[in-house]
Design a protein around this ligand. Structure first.
Ligand code: 4NP
Length: 171
């Protein structure tokens, strides 16, 4: 990957077919809306490689497209070199968080890793729930939870880099 953007953000879940591609798509949508596509690189990965090469789960794609955020991603596993490529690494749940910290080589690596939902001051749980084995409404909930984590992340990056920020509403 050729890195030209000023900031790079990686979202990480287990399979990289439900939660993290959802967060990546939302964050890319938000940066596009703010005219920051050239400055912010967004990607996602899984701590497991079960679904490598697959498109996001059909339920994730359907929900996201209905909410105005069409997704395009091929699942890939997280690799330790991602610590060198990305400035910010956002874990979806506590397991992903622990798996990432276990692979961190330095304090600098560790400091890049946060829980996406911990950025949402209104969240009642630090994890984005795994919708894989649940019903359709779980995917709508994940969309909202990811949106509510991505918004403060974008606000933080805009403040840090002196980029104009405005809140964007979900569909
Ligand atoms: P994700 O959800 O981590 O949000 O992509 C899952 C996808 C697949 C599996 C588990 C969770 N799986 O066991 O295959």
């Amino acid at each position: 990957m050729v890195q030209t953007a000023s900031v790079s953000v990686l979202f990480v879940c287990l399979g990289n077919i439900c939660r993290s591609p959802q967060a990546e798509g939302i964050f890319r949508h938000m940066t596009r809306e703010l005219g920051l596509s050239d400055r912010v690189l967004s990607d996602s990965a899984g701590t497991a490689a079960y679904h490598q090469g697959e498109a996001p789960d059909s339920r994730t794609r359907a929900t996201s497209a209905r909410r105005g955020v069409p997704l395009q991603h091929a699942a890939r596993p997280f690799h330790v070199r991602d610590f060198d490529q990305f400035d910010h690494i956002l874990a979806m749940d506590q397991h992903n968080f622990a798996d990432l910290l276990a692979q961190a080589r330095t304090a600098e690596d560790r400091n890049k890793v946060r829980m996406l939902r911990s950025l949402d001051p209104h969240a009642d749980d630090p994890s984005v729930p795994d919708p894989y084995y649940g019903g359709a409404q779980g995917f709508d909930h994940v969309f909202d939870v990811c949106w509510n984590g991505c918004e403060p992340l974008l606000r933080e990056l805009c403040a840090l880099h002196d980029w104009p920020y405005r809140p964007i509403s979900p569909k």
